[in-house]
Design a protein around this ligand. Structure first.
Ligand SMILES: Nc1ncnc2c1ncn2[C@@H]1O[C@H](COP(=O)(O)OP(=O)(O)OP(=O)(O)O)[C@@H](O)[C@H]1O
Ligand SMILES: [Mg+2]
Length: 282
């Protein structure tokens, strides 16, 4: 970000009494907004985890909130659920196992693949004996190769007669759904118990989403997006949260430059031009 823009951002936070930036593009669970789709996805996932269903798949287009949803779920599970979150699984299947082990906090000595799987198995059995559940979330799974996906299937095989010892959530862009249709992954696909595809926000949820984020960031109550501004945000973003954030962040900057608490549609359009999000993108 250019230095001048950074300084402006600090100043607009002051001007609107913000504790933090309301429209950051990080996947921060503190800002989670339970839109109809996100809430439904949340419930499906929690159900899948609680009922120990093994493999769960979450797909969605770029920027629809997959990572935010996963972080939110992990932050809300209780102490009896041990979790690991793998954000960038661009490694070999060995390294993937190592990351899972590290994130679950399992200590292990030897380093062959068999040792790693053995260490995970022992951990799962111990946790199960304590009545605990174990969840591994793997993000960006559209980038995994067949070998890694096969390794994941092997992990999910660990079960008692009644339930899976490990719940695995595979998260990715729609290409993941396509990949899972490949005949060589049939064994994995057959084990998928829940598949949820996240869709963008609905038109009538945009205002709630914007106000929710403003409120959490502690915005001055005088700061308002007009109805037409909200409509413009929807028209340009088509409800994709990341695009909404980029637009609204810029609109606040433009509003600050004009020293206004009312963000109208002209400010949104100006932001769309500056961020290169225009109607033509959709
Ligand atoms: N339900 C939600 N509540 C609040 N903010 C959200 C929600 N969903 C998404 N966002 C916001 O939208 C932005 C993009 O979300 P996120 O990074 O989770 O998308 P993604 O689907 O993982 O994207 P990618 O496909 O690029 O990995 C983030 O700033 C996030 O905070
Ligand atoms: Mg993501």
């Amino acid at each position: 970000m250019p230095k001048q823009l950074c300084i402006f951002k600090v100043m607009y936070k002051d001007f609107y009494s913000l504790k933090e930036s309301p429209f950051n593009i990080t996947a921060d669970p503190d800002f989670f907004f339970a839109s109809s789709r996100h809430e439904e996805a949340f419930n499906h996932l929690v159900y899948g985890i609680r009922s120990r269903r093994g493999i769960i798949v979450v797909t969605g287009e770029i920027g629809t909130g997959k990572t935010t949803l996963c972080r939110t779920i992990l932050s809300r599970l209780d102490q009896t659920v041990k979790t690991a979150l793998i954000l960038n699984p661009v490694f070999s299947d060995m390294q993937l196992l190592q990351m899972i082990i590290n994130d679950l906090g399992i200590s292990y000595v030897k380093k062959t693949k068999l040792d790693l799987v053995g260490a995970i198995t022992l951990f799962l059995i111990e946790e199960s004996a304590k009545g605990n559940n174990v969840v591994v979330v793997i993000d960006e799974c559209q980038n995994l190769n067949i070998r890694q996906l096969e390794q994941i299937r092997l992990l999910s095989n660990l079960e008692t007669e009644k339930e899976k010892l490990l719940q695995i959530i595979l998260v990715g862009q729609p290409e993941l759904g396509e990949k899972l249709k490949s005949p060589s992954l049939r064994q994995l696909t057959q084990r998928v118990s829940v598949h949820y595809h996240i869709l963008p926000l609905l038109k009538n949820e945009i205002e709630g989403y914007i106000n929710h984020r403003l409120k959490i960031a502690g915005a001055d109550p005088r700061l308002k997006f007009t109805l037409q501004a909200v409509e413009a945000v929807y028209a340009i973003s088509q409800g994709t949260p990341r695009v909404i954030n980029i637009l609204c962040d810029r609109a606040l900057l433009a509003g600050f430059a004009k020293e206004t608490f009312t963000i109208d549609h002209s400010l949104v359009h100006e932001s769309a031009r500056e961020t290169q999000y225009t109607y033509e993108h959709h």
